[in-house]
Unconditional design. Sequence first.
Length: 399
Amino acid sequence: MFRAFATGCALIFALATSAIAGDAPGVTATEVKIGGIFPFSGPASSIGLVGRAILAYVRSINDRGGINGRKINYIAYDDAYSPPKSVEQARKLVESDEVAFMFSQLGTPGNAATAKYLKARGVPTIAIVSGSSKFTDVANFPLTTTSLVSYDTEGKIYAKFLTRTLPDAKYAILYQNDDLGKDYVNAFKEVLKSDFDKKVATASYEVTEPTVESEVVNLKATGAAALLLAGTPKFAAQAIRKAHELKWNAQIILNYPSSSVGATLKPAGLDVSTGVVVGTITKDATDPQWQQDEGMGSFKAFVDKYMPGIDIADNNYLYGYTQGMLLEQLIRQCGDDLSRENVVRQARNFHDVVLPTVQPGIRINTSAKVNTNYTQMRLQRWTGTHWELFGEVLDAASE
């Protein structure tokens, strides 16, 4: 009699679990399907390495048995940094693969192109890799969270840094002609106000252009003493190298998406990149100060097992690994409820989350009104061999 009762309870539990899974797209009792879109090819392929690292981290989760009895089926497609391709891949992930939600889709143009479709289909877009300020508007993007410091906040940090260190100088901004680049320009306008037009020279470029050398030549001619590069690694590397060839000794500032040693500074020349400044979220795997750091030790052990032979100087791998840890945190918080509603709820319910590869003092806090995982950065300067941190943790309000 007891055996019959136990069997009946097990059957009821199994049916209940099946019902829950059936009500949550992309979720079964043993698996959760999650989608990602990255520029694995094309003009921004260097930042597509973020996706490679997430895929590897998911393998490590599954090798550990998954989370709450479920393995993660992370399906990542290439959009070549082309918005029409992004839309095509998003449709495939939702309508053919039937993913539960999107995680870490990379690129401002692609996220902008797919946002309306994914919102209409009720698909959460969690921890997108874009700092475009428009995605921080919770009312217009109710199913979205972001995983970069907003370009607006980052731009304000750089503008204030320059007004402190070069108060009487003229500044130049070379920016990608889309939401990514324009946010930095607008941030400088907010900080400098009426002084913007007389203190700042700007030049834009399209991601389809082969080179930005002519833009750098024109900006040098303005007499600017500082140059902000607001784009992606390929063009940032070209600009650093060209400025050096022109003997333009401007203070160069990189935006975070172009901050990788491997993807930007090495192609430009490690020696000629000396003095470049960037705001950062994560630690640097090549920095001696983290040699005994437990978090960086775990990352290097992960690389040895799951991504042997990669260039750990390329910060895109470390950032992808960090995103993987965030995905793990999210799914653990969701427990057995992986409905789309709960995924969004938990993504907006991070409280003082500290990831071991993130800079000390930077914590993740989200809420119903705040959908941005990171709001703080630290500044660092390239010495020719490694990054050297300076100053305190900064945010948009910092002076």
